[in-house]
Design a protein around this ligand. Sequence first.
Ligand code: MTE
Ligand code: MO
Length: 265
Amino acid sequence: MSGLILNRRRLIGLGAASAGSLVLAGCDQFDFLGQRNDPVRDFLERANSLTYAAQRALVGQQALAREFSESEIRQGQRPNGSTDPRQNVAEYRTLEANGFAGYKLRITGLVETPKEYSLAELQNMPSRTQITRHDCVEGWSCIAKWTGVPLGRLLDEAKVKPGAKFIVYHCYDVMGGGLSKPEPYYESSDLIDAYHPQTIAAYGLNGGALPVENGAPIRIRIERALGYKQPKYVHTIEVADGFSQYGLGQGGYWEDHGYDWYGGI
Ligand SMILES: Nc1nc2c(c(=O)[nH]1)N[C@H]1C(S)=C(S)[C@@H](COP(=O)(O)O)O[C@H]1N2
Ligand SMILES: [Mo]
């Protein structure tokens, strides 16, 4: 897989450290990176593959993200990005108005048995709770307690087919792009991150239900990745052999607008 990424991204000898500090400058400031031939975007893109290869080699495949104690939770999880899809997504508005009783989390794509889970079904499955730190590229962090179903269990129930390489996470919220070409938020990960023991489909935050502003009813936590790789408002988890067919082809809404695909920390 890293071979594919290295080819596609034309690895050249750029310092991962300097790319990292550039990324830390922030989400919102990078809106201009959506422009295809922006020099800063090109720089980030070339640095990506190096970051991916270097980080995968350094951290090992199943290294755990640091977990914290209850006393280290200092504030609520700061809402960022989309915080209320009720405003412009009718389907989401209806689901929320009914306490998400009609919500289904779908597992589709390269699986032997496509699955659908209601929120209650997910809440009745064996869960995992973890206190971790969320790092946004805008330069802020929050320590929070997340509860959810290990994603690996859901993937196992659906039985991932051979040939699967990526998981694509589809969200309800629409980021822009106009009426003719709406851009729903989406993300993707490799199978290593999807099956990582701390990767969960989360429905709980700091001991309560996950609020709308933080991604209700389900958001994915991939604890060794940056904030934008933590998709909120997820309705479909699609097993795929590539991600070029989704969105603008870079593996996520923010990736389509210039961010690193791997986004590891
Ligand atoms: N669906 C969706 N997921 C999303 C976003 C978004 O706008 N829409 N923003 C991302 C970014 S940049 C961050 S930092 C976190 C914010 O999560 P929070 O609101 O729970 O703090 O969600 C990520 N996942
Ligand atoms: Mo973020």
